[in-house]
Design a protein around this ligand. Structure first.
Ligand code: NDP
Ligand code: 2IT
Length: 450
Protein backbone atom coordinates (compact mmCIF):
# COMPACT_ATOMS: atom_id res chain seq x y z
CA UNK A 1 0.00 0.00 0.00
CA UNK A 2 2.74 2.41 1.02
CA UNK A 3 4.57 1.73 -2.26
CA UNK A 4 1.46 2.50 -4.31
CA UNK A 5 1.12 5.87 -2.56
CA UNK A 6 4.82 6.61 -3.07
CA UNK A 7 4.45 5.90 -6.79
CA UNK A 8 1.40 8.15 -7.05
CA UNK A 9 3.07 10.94 -5.10
CA UNK A 10 6.14 10.68 -7.34
CA UNK A 11 3.99 10.77 -10.47
CA UNK A 12 2.06 13.80 -9.21
CA UNK A 13 5.24 15.59 -8.14
CA UNK A 14 6.97 14.92 -11.47
CA UNK A 15 4.21 16.91 -13.17
CA UNK A 16 4.34 19.73 -10.62
CA UNK A 17 8.13 19.97 -10.96
CA UNK A 18 8.01 19.91 -14.77
CA UNK A 19 5.41 22.64 -14.82
CA UNK A 20 7.07 24.84 -12.18
CA UNK A 21 10.80 24.46 -12.83
CA UNK A 22 13.27 25.83 -10.32
CA UNK A 23 10.67 26.52 -7.63
CA UNK A 24 12.19 24.24 -5.00
CA UNK A 25 10.34 25.66 -1.98
CA UNK A 26 7.02 25.32 -3.81
CA UNK A 27 7.82 21.70 -4.68
CA UNK A 28 8.73 21.04 -1.04
CA UNK A 29 5.46 22.49 0.30
CA UNK A 30 3.34 20.62 -2.26
CA UNK A 31 5.14 17.32 -1.65
CA UNK A 32 4.47 17.44 2.09
CA UNK A 33 0.78 18.11 1.50
CA UNK A 34 0.26 15.43 -1.15
CA UNK A 35 2.03 12.83 0.99
CA UNK A 36 -0.53 13.49 3.73
CA UNK A 37 -3.49 13.75 1.39
CA UNK A 38 -3.14 10.86 -1.07
CA UNK A 39 -4.37 8.14 1.30
CA UNK A 40 -7.29 10.37 2.36
CA UNK A 41 -8.22 11.18 -1.23
CA UNK A 42 -8.07 7.49 -2.09
CA UNK A 43 -10.72 6.90 0.55
CA UNK A 44 -12.78 9.86 -0.72
CA UNK A 45 -12.73 9.53 -4.52
CA UNK A 46 -14.97 12.57 -5.09
CA UNK A 47 -11.88 14.73 -4.54
CA UNK A 48 -9.98 12.74 -7.13
CA UNK A 49 -12.76 12.95 -9.71
CA UNK A 50 -12.98 16.71 -9.21
CA UNK A 51 -9.15 16.98 -9.64
CA UNK A 52 -9.01 19.12 -6.53
CA UNK A 53 -5.29 18.72 -5.84
CA UNK A 54 -4.41 19.31 -9.49
CA UNK A 55 -6.42 22.53 -9.33
CA UNK A 56 -5.02 23.61 -5.97
CA UNK A 57 -1.39 23.55 -7.14
CA UNK A 58 -2.23 25.97 -9.96
CA UNK A 59 -2.63 29.54 -8.63
CA UNK A 60 -5.85 31.24 -9.69
CA UNK A 61 -3.75 34.22 -10.72
CA UNK A 62 -0.08 35.31 -10.54
CA UNK A 63 0.77 39.00 -10.77
CA UNK A 64 4.31 40.22 -11.37
CA UNK A 65 5.18 43.85 -11.84
CA UNK A 66 7.93 46.45 -12.00
CA UNK A 67 8.47 48.61 -8.92
CA UNK A 68 10.62 51.65 -9.79
CA UNK A 69 11.52 54.16 -7.06
CA UNK A 70 13.99 56.94 -6.33
CA UNK A 71 16.58 56.43 -3.60
CA UNK A 72 17.85 59.24 -1.36
CA UNK A 73 20.67 60.07 -3.75
CA UNK A 74 18.22 60.54 -6.62
CA UNK A 75 19.13 57.26 -8.37
CA UNK A 76 16.40 55.14 -9.91
CA UNK A 77 16.08 51.68 -8.31
CA UNK A 78 14.05 48.85 -9.80
CA UNK A 79 12.56 45.95 -7.85
CA UNK A 80 10.13 43.22 -8.77
CA UNK A 81 6.70 43.01 -7.12
CA UNK A 82 4.48 39.92 -6.87
CA UNK A 83 1.06 38.85 -5.71
CA UNK A 84 -0.01 35.21 -5.86
CA UNK A 85 -3.80 34.84 -5.70
CA UNK A 86 -3.80 31.15 -4.93
CA UNK A 87 -7.31 30.12 -3.95
CA UNK A 88 -10.55 32.03 -3.30
CA UNK A 89 -12.93 29.09 -2.71
CA UNK A 90 -13.76 30.04 0.88
CA UNK A 91 -13.13 33.79 0.96
CA UNK A 92 -11.13 36.69 -0.46
CA UNK A 93 -7.43 35.99 -0.99
CA UNK A 94 -5.64 36.65 2.30
CA UNK A 95 -1.98 36.54 3.23
CA UNK A 96 1.09 38.59 3.92
CA UNK A 97 3.61 40.58 1.89
CA UNK A 98 7.30 39.75 2.26
CA UNK A 99 10.05 42.27 1.47
CA UNK A 100 13.38 40.44 1.43
CA UNK A 101 16.18 40.15 -1.16
CA UNK A 102 15.62 36.37 -1.46
CA UNK A 103 11.98 36.77 -2.55
CA UNK A 104 11.15 35.02 -5.83
CA UNK A 105 8.18 33.36 -7.48
CA UNK A 106 8.82 29.91 -5.98
CA UNK A 107 9.08 31.18 -2.40
CA UNK A 108 5.87 33.18 -2.70
CA UNK A 109 4.03 30.26 -4.32
CA UNK A 110 5.07 28.00 -1.42
CA UNK A 111 3.84 30.60 1.06
CA UNK A 112 0.56 31.13 -0.84
CA UNK A 113 -0.03 27.37 -1.05
CA UNK A 114 0.53 26.94 2.70
CA UNK A 115 -1.73 29.91 3.36
CA UNK A 116 -4.72 28.21 1.69
CA UNK A 117 -4.64 25.34 4.20
CA UNK A 118 -3.76 27.58 7.14
CA UNK A 119 -6.59 30.00 6.47
CA UNK A 120 -9.05 27.16 6.13
CA UNK A 121 -7.93 25.81 9.53
CA UNK A 122 -8.65 29.16 11.21
CA UNK A 123 -12.43 28.55 10.79
CA UNK A 124 -12.74 32.06 9.29
CA UNK A 125 -13.80 32.79 5.67
CA UNK A 126 -10.44 33.55 4.04
CA UNK A 127 -8.89 32.28 0.82
CA UNK A 128 -5.12 32.10 0.35
CA UNK A 129 -2.62 34.52 -1.18
CA UNK A 130 0.88 35.90 -0.68
CA UNK A 131 2.99 38.61 -2.22
CA UNK A 132 6.01 40.78 -1.79
CA UNK A 133 9.17 41.98 -3.41
CA UNK A 134 12.91 41.39 -3.59
CA UNK A 135 13.29 44.87 -2.04
CA UNK A 136 15.64 44.84 0.98
CA UNK A 137 14.47 47.25 3.69
CA UNK A 138 17.77 46.83 5.60
CA UNK A 139 19.84 49.98 5.59
CA UNK A 140 17.16 52.00 3.79
CA UNK A 141 15.93 55.30 5.20
CA UNK A 142 12.28 55.73 6.21
CA UNK A 143 11.81 57.94 3.15
CA UNK A 144 13.21 55.27 0.85
CA UNK A 145 10.93 52.64 2.38
CA UNK A 146 8.00 55.02 1.93
CA UNK A 147 8.77 55.71 -1.73
CA UNK A 148 9.18 52.01 -2.40
CA UNK A 149 5.87 51.18 -0.66
CA UNK A 150 4.07 53.92 -2.60
CA UNK A 151 5.37 52.62 -5.92
CA UNK A 152 4.55 49.00 -4.97
CA UNK A 153 0.98 49.92 -4.02
CA UNK A 154 0.46 52.11 -7.10
CA UNK A 155 0.52 48.89 -9.10
CA UNK A 156 -0.89 46.42 -6.55
CA UNK A 157 -4.00 48.51 -5.84
CA UNK A 158 -5.55 47.47 -9.17
CA UNK A 159 -5.75 43.88 -8.01
CA UNK A 160 -6.80 44.04 -4.34
CA UNK A 161 -9.75 45.23 -2.27
CA UNK A 162 -11.55 44.38 0.98
CA UNK A 163 -13.73 41.75 -0.76
CA UNK A 164 -11.08 40.63 -3.27
CA UNK A 165 -7.65 40.31 -1.70
CA UNK A 166 -6.46 41.59 1.67
CA UNK A 167 -2.65 41.65 2.16
CA UNK A 168 -0.85 42.00 5.52
CA UNK A 169 2.72 41.82 6.85
CA UNK A 170 5.38 39.09 6.77
CA UNK A 171 9.19 39.25 6.83
CA UNK A 172 10.30 42.85 6.30
CA UNK A 173 6.75 44.21 6.39
CA UNK A 174 5.56 45.53 9.75
CA UNK A 175 3.57 48.47 11.03
CA UNK A 176 5.69 51.09 9.24
CA UNK A 177 5.30 49.47 5.81
CA UNK A 178 1.58 48.75 6.25
CA UNK A 179 1.11 52.46 7.05
CA UNK A 180 2.82 53.64 3.86
CA UNK A 181 1.01 51.02 1.75
CA UNK A 182 -2.38 51.94 3.24
CA UNK A 183 -1.83 55.66 2.73
CA UNK A 184 -1.13 55.15 -0.96
CA UNK A 185 -4.11 52.80 -1.48
CA UNK A 186 -6.44 55.30 0.16
CA UNK A 187 -5.07 58.15 -1.89
CA UNK A 188 -5.45 56.39 -5.24
CA UNK A 189 -8.79 54.68 -4.61
CA UNK A 190 -10.34 57.39 -2.42
CA UNK A 191 -11.62 54.67 -0.06
CA UNK A 192 -11.07 54.06 3.63
CA UNK A 193 -11.60 50.31 3.78
CA UNK A 194 -10.15 47.21 5.39
CA UNK A 195 -7.95 46.43 2.39
CA UNK A 196 -4.90 45.62 4.53
CA UNK A 197 -4.57 44.11 7.98
CA UNK A 198 -1.92 44.87 10.55
CA UNK A 199 -3.03 48.49 10.49
CA UNK A 200 -2.33 50.71 13.49
CA UNK A 201 -5.08 50.92 16.06
CA UNK A 202 -5.92 54.58 15.32
CA UNK A 203 -6.87 53.85 11.71
CA UNK A 204 -8.66 50.54 11.64
CA UNK A 205 -6.23 48.07 13.15
CA UNK A 206 -7.03 45.42 15.73
CA UNK A 207 -5.63 45.13 19.22
CA UNK A 208 -3.50 41.96 19.60
CA UNK A 209 -2.72 41.68 15.84
CA UNK A 210 0.99 42.51 16.39
CA UNK A 211 1.15 39.91 19.16
CA UNK A 212 -1.06 37.31 17.50
CA UNK A 213 1.34 35.02 15.60
CA UNK A 214 3.73 34.63 18.52
CA UNK A 215 0.95 34.29 21.09
CA UNK A 216 -0.84 31.78 18.87
CA UNK A 217 2.27 29.60 18.52
CA UNK A 218 2.53 29.48 22.32
CA UNK A 219 -1.20 28.73 22.76
CA UNK A 220 -0.79 25.92 20.25
CA UNK A 221 2.23 24.60 22.18
CA UNK A 222 0.17 24.68 25.37
CA UNK A 223 -2.53 22.54 23.72
CA UNK A 224 0.07 20.07 22.44
CA UNK A 225 1.57 19.79 25.94
CA UNK A 226 -1.87 19.18 27.45
CA UNK A 227 -2.17 15.97 25.40
CA UNK A 228 0.74 14.70 27.53
CA UNK A 229 -0.56 16.26 30.73
CA UNK A 230 2.22 18.86 30.74
CA UNK A 231 2.39 22.65 30.78
CA UNK A 232 4.85 25.45 29.99
CA UNK A 233 5.89 26.29 33.53
CA UNK A 234 9.63 26.11 34.14
CA UNK A 235 10.37 24.77 30.66
CA UNK A 236 13.47 25.92 28.75
CA UNK A 237 12.63 27.36 25.34
CA UNK A 238 14.85 28.09 22.39
CA UNK A 239 13.45 30.74 20.02
CA UNK A 240 14.98 31.74 16.67
CA UNK A 241 14.58 35.09 14.92
CA UNK A 242 14.04 38.37 16.73
CA UNK A 243 11.32 39.94 14.59
CA UNK A 244 7.58 40.22 15.08
CA UNK A 245 6.81 36.53 15.66
CA UNK A 246 9.82 35.84 17.91
CA UNK A 247 9.22 38.92 20.05
CA UNK A 248 5.68 38.02 21.00
CA UNK A 249 6.28 34.27 21.26
CA UNK A 250 8.95 35.25 23.80
CA UNK A 251 6.57 37.59 25.63
CA UNK A 252 3.87 34.93 25.95
CA UNK A 253 6.38 32.24 26.98
CA UNK A 254 7.65 34.52 29.76
CA UNK A 255 4.03 35.18 30.87
CA UNK A 256 3.34 31.45 31.00
CA UNK A 257 6.38 30.78 33.17
CA UNK A 258 8.79 29.34 30.58
CA UNK A 259 12.40 30.46 30.28
CA UNK A 260 13.53 31.73 26.86
CA UNK A 261 17.29 31.41 26.46
CA UNK A 262 17.97 32.28 22.82
CA UNK A 263 17.02 34.68 20.03
CA UNK A 264 18.71 35.20 16.67
CA UNK A 265 18.91 37.17 13.46
CA UNK A 266 20.52 36.40 10.13
CA UNK A 267 23.95 37.25 11.59
CA UNK A 268 23.96 34.87 14.59
CA UNK A 269 22.27 33.99 17.89
CA UNK A 270 22.45 35.04 21.53
CA UNK A 271 22.36 32.61 24.46
CA UNK A 272 21.27 33.99 27.81
CA UNK A 273 21.31 31.19 30.38
CA UNK A 274 19.54 33.43 32.91
CA UNK A 275 16.58 33.76 30.57
CA UNK A 276 15.11 36.79 28.82
CA UNK A 277 12.84 38.79 31.15
CA UNK A 278 10.35 41.60 30.44
CA UNK A 279 12.97 44.32 30.74
CA UNK A 280 15.39 42.57 28.38
CA UNK A 281 12.53 41.94 25.96
CA UNK A 282 11.61 45.64 26.00
CA UNK A 283 15.23 46.33 25.02
CA UNK A 284 14.93 43.86 22.11
CA UNK A 285 11.70 45.48 20.88
CA UNK A 286 13.38 48.88 20.83
CA UNK A 287 16.57 47.46 19.27
CA UNK A 288 14.69 45.67 16.47
CA UNK A 289 11.63 47.85 15.84
CA UNK A 290 12.99 51.35 16.43
CA UNK A 291 16.77 51.33 16.10
CA UNK A 292 16.70 48.40 13.64
CA UNK A 293 20.01 47.08 15.02
CA UNK A 294 21.58 43.61 15.29
CA UNK A 295 20.90 40.98 17.98
CA UNK A 296 24.61 40.93 18.90
CA UNK A 297 24.07 44.20 20.76
CA UNK A 298 21.93 42.27 23.28
CA UNK A 299 24.91 40.09 24.16
CA UNK A 300 27.11 43.14 24.68
CA UNK A 301 24.52 44.84 26.89
CA UNK A 302 23.46 41.88 29.06
CA UNK A 303 26.68 39.93 29.12
CA UNK A 304 25.15 37.02 27.24
CA UNK A 305 26.96 34.76 24.77
CA UNK A 306 26.89 35.56 21.06
CA UNK A 307 27.49 32.92 18.38
CA UNK A 308 28.31 34.56 15.08
CA UNK A 309 26.88 32.95 11.95
CA UNK A 310 25.21 30.12 13.89
CA UNK A 311 21.67 28.94 14.64
CA UNK A 312 20.46 28.11 18.17
CA UNK A 313 19.48 24.44 17.68
CA UNK A 314 22.48 23.06 19.54
CA UNK A 315 21.35 24.61 22.83
CA UNK A 316 19.77 22.15 25.27
CA UNK A 317 16.05 22.83 25.66
CA UNK A 318 12.60 21.36 26.27
CA UNK A 319 10.81 23.40 23.62
CA UNK A 320 11.86 24.95 20.30
CA UNK A 321 10.09 27.81 18.50
CA UNK A 322 11.59 28.39 15.06
CA UNK A 323 10.32 31.89 14.20
CA UNK A 324 12.73 33.23 11.55
CA UNK A 325 12.40 31.70 8.07
CA UNK A 326 11.97 28.60 5.88
CA UNK A 327 14.36 25.66 6.11
CA UNK A 328 16.18 27.02 9.16
CA UNK A 329 16.21 23.55 10.84
CA UNK A 330 17.96 20.82 8.84
CA UNK A 331 18.23 17.10 9.59
CA UNK A 332 21.36 17.49 11.74
CA UNK A 333 19.76 20.30 13.73
CA UNK A 334 16.66 18.15 14.28
CA UNK A 335 18.75 15.22 15.50
CA UNK A 336 20.69 17.52 17.81
CA UNK A 337 17.46 18.95 19.27
CA UNK A 338 15.98 15.50 19.90
CA UNK A 339 19.27 14.15 21.28
CA UNK A 340 19.41 17.04 23.76
CA UNK A 341 15.92 16.19 25.05
CA UNK A 342 13.72 18.65 23.15
CA UNK A 343 10.19 17.21 22.98
CA UNK A 344 8.15 20.02 21.40
CA UNK A 345 8.51 22.09 18.24
CA UNK A 346 5.95 24.83 17.56
CA UNK A 347 6.62 26.55 14.25
CA UNK A 348 6.11 30.32 14.33
CA UNK A 349 7.77 30.57 10.91
CA UNK A 350 6.45 29.08 7.67
CA UNK A 351 8.09 25.74 6.78
CA UNK A 352 11.16 26.30 9.01
CA UNK A 353 11.97 22.57 9.08
CA UNK A 354 13.33 20.73 6.03
CA UNK A 355 11.48 17.52 5.04
CA UNK A 356 14.35 15.48 6.55
CA UNK A 357 14.04 17.38 9.84
CA UNK A 358 10.27 16.80 9.90
CA UNK A 359 10.94 13.09 9.39
CA UNK A 360 13.25 13.09 12.44
CA UNK A 361 10.58 14.78 14.59
CA UNK A 362 7.83 12.38 13.49
CA UNK A 363 9.99 9.28 13.89
CA UNK A 364 10.99 10.44 17.39
CA UNK A 365 7.26 10.86 18.17
CA UNK A 366 7.82 14.25 19.75
CA UNK A 367 5.14 16.97 19.71
CA UNK A 368 5.60 18.65 16.34
CA UNK A 369 3.27 21.54 15.40
CA UNK A 370 3.80 22.51 11.73
CA UNK A 371 3.61 26.18 10.73
CA UNK A 372 0.28 26.05 8.97
CA UNK A 373 -1.34 25.09 12.28
CA UNK A 374 0.97 26.61 14.90
CA UNK A 375 1.42 30.06 13.31
CA UNK A 376 -2.18 30.50 12.15
CA UNK A 377 -2.87 32.91 15.01
CA UNK A 378 -1.53 35.82 12.96
CA UNK A 379 -3.85 35.42 10.01
CA UNK A 380 -6.71 34.47 12.36
CA UNK A 381 -6.39 37.82 14.06
CA UNK A 382 -6.16 39.46 10.65
CA UNK A 383 -9.52 37.81 10.02
CA UNK A 384 -10.78 39.32 13.27
CA UNK A 385 -9.45 42.71 12.12
CA UNK A 386 -11.50 42.32 8.92
CA UNK A 387 -14.58 41.51 10.99
CA UNK A 388 -14.12 44.63 13.10
CA UNK A 389 -13.57 46.73 9.95
CA UNK A 390 -16.82 45.39 8.47
CA UNK A 391 -18.73 46.13 11.68
CA UNK A 392 -16.94 49.47 12.09
CA UNK A 393 -16.62 48.58 15.76
CA UNK A 394 -13.40 47.73 17.62
CA UNK A 395 -13.15 44.92 20.17
CA UNK A 396 -11.17 45.11 23.42
CA UNK A 397 -7.82 43.37 23.91
CA UNK A 398 -9.51 40.75 26.04
CA UNK A 399 -12.17 40.02 23.43
CA UNK A 400 -9.65 39.61 20.60
CA UNK A 401 -7.24 37.57 22.73
CA UNK A 402 -10.05 35.24 23.88
CA UNK A 403 -11.12 34.69 20.26
CA UNK A 404 -7.53 34.09 19.15
CA UNK A 405 -7.06 31.61 21.97
CA UNK A 406 -10.25 29.75 21.10
CA UNK A 407 -9.27 29.57 17.43
CA UNK A 408 -5.91 28.00 18.36
CA UNK A 409 -7.72 25.47 20.56
CA UNK A 410 -10.05 24.68 17.63
CA UNK A 411 -7.16 24.26 15.20
CA UNK A 412 -5.53 21.90 17.66
CA UNK A 413 -8.74 19.87 17.91
CA UNK A 414 -8.95 19.64 14.13
CA UNK A 415 -5.36 18.33 14.01
CA UNK A 416 -6.16 15.74 16.67
CA UNK A 417 -9.30 14.67 14.77
CA UNK A 418 -7.55 14.06 11.45
CA UNK A 419 -4.01 13.33 12.64
CA UNK A 420 -4.30 10.76 15.43
CA UNK A 421 -2.64 7.54 14.34
CA UNK A 422 -3.44 3.95 15.35
CA UNK A 423 -0.88 3.96 18.16
CA UNK A 424 -2.32 7.21 19.57
CA UNK A 425 0.49 9.46 18.29
CA UNK A 426 -0.85 12.75 16.98
CA UNK A 427 0.65 13.46 13.58
CA UNK A 428 -0.08 17.20 13.37
CA UNK A 429 1.29 17.37 9.83
CA UNK A 430 -1.33 14.94 8.60
CA UNK A 431 -4.01 16.50 10.80
CA UNK A 432 -3.37 20.04 9.57
CA UNK A 433 -3.16 19.03 5.92
CA UNK A 434 -6.36 16.98 5.89
CA UNK A 435 -8.20 19.33 8.25
CA UNK A 436 -7.28 22.35 6.10
CA UNK A 437 -8.05 20.58 2.84
CA UNK A 438 -11.65 19.43 3.39
CA UNK A 439 -13.38 22.81 3.61
CA UNK A 440 -11.58 24.21 0.56
CA UNK A 441 -12.11 21.03 -1.45
CA UNK A 442 -15.82 20.83 -0.65
CA UNK A 443 -16.25 24.52 -1.55
CA UNK A 444 -14.47 23.95 -4.86
CA UNK A 445 -16.72 21.01 -5.70
CA UNK A 446 -19.85 23.02 -4.81
CA UNK A 447 -18.73 25.93 -7.00
CA UNK A 448 -18.21 23.79 -10.10
CA UNK A 449 -15.32 23.67 -12.52
CA UNK A 450 -13.74 27.06 -11.86
P1 NDP B 1 10.35 39.92 10.74
O1 NDP B 1 10.82 40.58 9.51
O2 NDP B 1 9.69 40.73 11.80
O3 NDP B 1 11.53 39.11 11.43
C1 NDP B 1 12.21 38.13 10.73
C2 NDP B 1 13.32 37.58 11.62
O4 NDP B 1 13.86 36.40 11.01
C3 NDP B 1 14.47 38.54 11.79
O5 NDP B 1 15.09 38.32 13.03
C4 NDP B 1 15.39 38.14 10.64
O6 NDP B 1 16.75 38.47 10.86
C5 NDP B 1 15.23 36.64 10.64
N1 NDP B 1 15.45 36.14 9.29
C6 NDP B 1 14.77 36.47 8.18
N2 NDP B 1 15.28 35.85 7.11
C7 NDP B 1 16.30 35.11 7.56
C8 NDP B 1 17.20 34.25 6.94
N3 NDP B 1 17.17 34.01 5.61
N4 NDP B 1 18.12 33.62 7.72
C9 NDP B 1 18.17 33.85 9.06
N5 NDP B 1 17.33 34.68 9.71
C10 NDP B 1 16.39 35.29 8.96
O7 NDP B 1 9.37 38.76 10.22
P2 NDP B 1 8.23 37.97 11.03
O8 NDP B 1 8.62 37.79 12.45
O9 NDP B 1 6.93 38.60 10.70
O10 NDP B 1 8.26 36.55 10.28
C11 NDP B 1 9.07 35.47 10.71
C12 NDP B 1 8.52 34.16 10.18
O11 NDP B 1 7.17 34.00 10.63
C13 NDP B 1 8.43 34.05 8.65
O12 NDP B 1 8.64 32.70 8.28
C14 NDP B 1 6.99 34.44 8.35
O13 NDP B 1 6.55 33.92 7.12
C15 NDP B 1 6.30 33.77 9.53
N6 NDP B 1 4.97 34.27 9.87
C16 NDP B 1 4.75 35.59 10.13
C17 NDP B 1 3.49 36.03 10.49
C18 NDP B 1 3.21 37.44 10.87
O14 NDP B 1 2.08 37.72 11.26
N7 NDP B 1 4.17 38.35 10.81
C19 NDP B 1 2.35 35.10 10.52
C20 NDP B 1 2.70 33.71 10.30
C21 NDP B 1 3.96 33.34 9.97
P3 NDP B 1 17.38 39.72 10.05
O15 NDP B 1 16.77 40.93 10.65
O16 NDP B 1 18.83 39.60 10.25
O17 NDP B 1 16.97 39.54 8.60
O1 2IT C 1 2.15 33.75 7.01
C1 2IT C 1 1.17 34.37 7.49
O2 2IT C 1 0.18 33.76 7.90
C2 2IT C 1 1.25 35.83 7.60
N1 2IT C 1 2.28 36.40 7.27
C3 2IT C 1 0.07 36.62 8.09
C4 2IT C 1 -0.94 36.80 6.99
C5 2IT C 1 -2.08 37.72 7.31
O3 2IT C 1 -2.85 37.96 6.38
O4 2IT C 1 -2.23 38.18 8.44
Amino acid sequence: MAEIFDLKVNEFMAKVIAKNPGESEFHQAVQEVVESLFPFIEENPKYQHAKILERMVEPERVLMFRVPWLDDSGQIQINRGFRIQMNSAIGPYKGGLRFHPTVNLGILKFLAFEQVFKNSLTTLPMGGGKGGSDFDPKGKSDNEVMRFCQSFMTELQRFIGPDTDVPAGDIGVGGREIGYLYGQYKRIRNEFTGVLTGKAIEWGGSLIRPEATGYGAVYFAEEMLKTRKMDLKGKIAVVSGSGNVSQFATQKLIQMGAKVVTLSDSSGFIYDAEGIDDEKLAYILHLKNVRRGRIKEYADKYNAKYFDGQTPWGIKCDLAFPCATQNEINEDDARELVKNGCYLISEGANMPSTPEAVEVFLESKILYGPGKAANAGGVSTSGLEMTQNSMRLPWTREEVDARLHQIMVNIHETCVKYGTEKDGYINYVKGANIGGFIKVADAMIAQGVV
